[in-house]
Ligand binder design. Structure first.
Ligand SMILES: C[S@@+](CC[C@H](N)C(=O)[O-])C[C@H]1O[C@@H](n2cnc3c(N)ncnc32)[C@H](O)[C@@H]1O
Length: 275
């Protein structure tokens, strides 16, 4: 979780290897969560019938499939062959292609809308990916992307990172990526979008609730269904990990509802227009 923008290539390779090995665990953990912001994301990018849409970092293809259901002409791209296999298996009606968000395999001005759901925070070069979105959009086209809100609002991250900070180490030897919560800051999103030549930047918060069985389940999905946070947990000593797990269990108690827990996990949704 270190905040540095060097080593983008090492970080890219680390993320790629990570996603290749967790497509099922990711869907089991996050499938009911990231899909809550899909409607607002597609609305922000004005996705409807006949709109040409690119879903970048499509993962299991949730956004691409929802765009197709709206009657859009959509392509989903991802750099993970394992994720693409899952996307194709679940959504055989949708077109998926291998591709890197930082070097999109499409000509200029190909799409009316480019969307990215919880992808930007996984990139070594997020500014480059947004420049690529700008390049493949036609004039008047719209970009839209979601990221997690800051950890004081996206409670699961607050609980897990707080537990690591108190019982383990945040400065573990992993390839350093850009700050995980950089685009959670509306001012930073607007600054980057305008700097890349977009106009009318808009940033809104989309409420989401993560329903899990227990605090132990939260620990396990972070350990098994993520890349950067999983790397952080794997790098702790066994003693620290035990203490982290216990604190997560304890810290989720105030969120008990019915037989499980319900954690607020808002998304920050940014959108803008290519002039
Ligand atoms: C958190 S998942 C998001 C999946 C999906 N969009 C969703 O909302 O659930 C991140 C996805 O980004 C992909 N990804 C990460 N870096 C990428 C890159 N440089 N180019 C293309 N895909 C990338 C991963 O393979 C993974 O499928």
């Amino acid at each position: 979780m270190a905040a540095s923008t060097d080593e983008p290539s090492a970080f890219h390779a680390f993320e790629r290897a990570g996603w290749e090995s967790i497509p099922q665990a990711y869907q089991g953990a996050f499938g009911t969560l990231t899909t809550q912001a899909v409607g607002p994301l597609l609305d922000a990018a004005r996705v409807g019938t006949g709109v040409r849409v690119l879903d970048v970092a499509t993962g299991p293809g949730y956004v691409a499939a929802a765009a197709a259901r709206r009657g859009a002409a959509v392509v989903g791209v991802d750099f993970s062959a394992a994720m693409l296999a899952e996307a194709r298996r679940h959504h055989p009606e949708v077109e998926f292609q291998a591709g890197d968000a930082e070097a999109l395999p499409f000509p200029d001005a190909t799409f009316d809308a480019v969307v990215m759901s919880f992808g930007l925070l996984h990139l070594g070069r997020p500014d480059q990916a947004l420049a690529e979105a700008h390049r493949v959009l036609r004039p008047g086209g719209r970009v839209g992307f979601t990221v997690w809100a800051r950890p004081d609002e996206a409670v699961a991250f607050g609980i897990v990172l707080g537990a690591v900070q108190r019982h383990g180490r945040l400065d573990v030897p992993l390839p350093t990526g850009p700050p995980f919560f950089r685009f959670s800051d509306p001012a930073e999103s607007r600054r980057v979008l305008v700097g890349l030549g977009f106009k009318e930047p808009d940033v809104v918060v989309v409420p989401q609730i993560w329903k899990l069985a227990s605090g132990d389940a939260l620990f396990e999905v972070m350990r098994d269904g993520t890349v950067r946070t999983a790397g952080l947990l794997r790098a702790q000593t066994p003693e620290a990990l035990q203490a982290i797990r216990a604190e997560i269990r304890e810290a989720t108690l105030p969120y008990r509802r019915g037989g499980g827990i319900e954690l607020p996990m808002p998304a920050v949704l940014s959108s803008a227009v290519r002039p």
